[in-house]
Design a protein around this ligand. Structure first.
Ligand code: ZN
Length: 240
């Protein structure tokens, strides 16, 4: 199998479509979605519909939970609260229910997927160093686990020690475990504006990261037309 592992789409329809076109050109056979379908950008409903119809294993991200929830936005920062309220208004009840029912963690084939971390999946912790990764490995019972949430592609390997491996093309070695962040389709934050996702080749035991250009100007124009905070359009170009 050649499995496209992609997430943190964040209502960026142009980016999602570009990634799916790229994946089909790479002879991908299966798809797994890592959550955060909505939030920040201007096409939440269309992105939810697209993933729902793909009917691929999909896990819940914190933005999916927030958008599908009804809790007060009072204590959030104002930019995030404005965008979240707008997103809630764009989704219909069926879409919210579908998001609400997504699972936090699941096993697909012989690997695990989680939006944030396996040690506390509902706490939405960020993995930014090998100590964060160590906490995850204690709860990782498959050799490979994919995640997202930071929007930065990053790979940690655990053999006798936990260490970081460059996130480009990696081989899954038999005596090690891997915790792999596949980056973000719709709002990359590693300084590169292009969409990021990974392809897991299960026969070759190889994971390859892909960067894909999309029509960023169309996405930015939709953000401004929707009356969303302009900084959400600016940050896309900066990849942060
Ligand atoms: Zn996200």
């Amino acid at each position: 199998m050649r499995i496209a592992i992609f997430g943190d789409i964040h209502a960026n329809l142009e980016a999602l479509e570009a990634v799916l076109v790229d994946a089909s050109k790479q002879d991908v056979t299966d798809y797994v979605c890592m959550g955060d379908l909505v939030g920040y950008n201007a096409d939440p409903g269309a992105c939810v519909e697209k993933i729902r119809h793909m009917d691929c294993p999909t896990i819940k991200g914190n933005h999916d939970e927030d958008a599908a929830g009804t809790h007060s936005l009072e204590n959030m920062n104002p930019v995030a609260a404005t965008a979240l309220q707008w997103t809630r208004n764009q989704l219909d009840e069926e879409q919210r229910l579908w998001l609400r029912r997504l699972r936090m963690v699941r096993q697909v084939s012989d690997f695990t997927v989680v939006h944030s971390t396996l040690d506390q999946p509902a706490h939405w912790n960020y993995v930014t160093n090998r100590f964060d990764a160590m906490a995850n490995f204690s709860y990782q019972f498959t050799q490979v686990c994919f995640h997202g949430h930071t929007h930065v592609p990053r790979v940690y390997a655990k053999s006798d020690k936990v260490h970081e491996v460059p996130a480009d093309a990696i081989r899954i070695e038999k005596n090690a475990k891997y915790f792999i962040n596949v980056g973000s389709v719709g709002q990359p934050r590693d300084g590169d504006w292009r969409s990021c996702y990974a392809i897991y080749n299960t026969e070759e035991q190889e994971v390859v990261f892909r960067r894909v250009e999309y029509d960023i100007e169309a996405t930015q124009a939709k953000i401004l037309a929707a009356g969303l905070p302009p900084m959400l359009a600016e940050r896309l170009a900066e990849g942060r």
